[in-house]
Design a protein around this ligand. Structure first.
Ligand code: C5P
Length: 207
């Protein structure tokens, strides 16, 4: 069974995907981490041809060990860097292989990201598209960061999320849209437990 979970930044898709993985006993890949790891690898480069070349090399060299340093990977700044490397076609091509490898392991998997239902696993058994309004998404991300002891400037965070959404939506190589056969789940008014129950109900109904 392959479950594809897509949605914008801080929509709750990661938490839902990991809850679904636990519920169904499946391995889970947060594909945003791949783009974040590549973004982090080129954080010191100036944007331009050298940045692109370094990002492509980092994407080709990526392995699971690079996804472990969570603190640096999860910052809002790394999210913005991730969305910059995510527009490079050869970065997406290199990460495609990594994601397909994960998705096709025996027994199935849950993958969350932006283009899982459209490009990585167009044949997924169940596709969910998670939505939530920008203010709710900003507030959730702010609380996550604060729980980790990070001081948050909500105004700046809101703009980082909007900037990332805009770049993702315009990404010509992206495929960041709701697949025709994806189920829409709006989590603006839902807590984690209620959202997970709703997602499980959709998966059970579809299987
Ligand atoms: O999901 P997360 O917010 O961690 O993703 C960081 C960035 O990585 C996104 O804003 C997007 O630019 C990129 N991304 C992508 N395709 C995916 C997952 C993430 O382009 N499947």
């Amino acid at each position: 069974m392959i479950i594809a979970v897509d949605g914008p930044a801080a929509s709750g898709k990661g938490t839902l995907a990991s809850g679904l993985a636990q519920h169904y006993g499946l391995p889970h890949l947060d594909t945003g981490l791949l783009y974040r790891a590549v973004g982090l690898a080129v954080a010191d480069e100036h944007e331009g041809p050298a940045f692109e070349a370094a990002a492509i090399a980092a994407a080709r060299a990526l392995d699971a060990a690079h996804l472990k340093d969570h603190a640096a990977l999860t910052t809002a700044e790394t999210g913005v860097l991730a969305s910059k490397v995510a527009v490079i076609a050869d970065v997406r091509a290199a990460l495609f292989q990594f994601q397909r490898g994960f998705a096709t392991q025996p027994g199935g998997a849950v993958l969350d990201g932006r283009d899982i239902g459209t490009k990585i696993c167009p044949d997924a058994d169940v596709k969910l598209f998670i939505q939530a309004d920008s203010k709710a998404r900003m507030e959730r991300r702010a609380r996550q960061l604060e729980l980790r002891g990070v001081a948050v400037d909500r105004y700046a965070l809101y703009h980082q999320i909007e900037e990332r959404d805009a770049r993702d939506m315009l990404n010509p190589n992206g495929g960041f849209f709701q697949a025709d056969d994806a189920h829409l789940l709006d989590t603006t008014q839902l807590g984690i437990e209620a959202a997970l129950r709703a997602a499980i109900a959709i998966v059970d109904r579809t299987m």
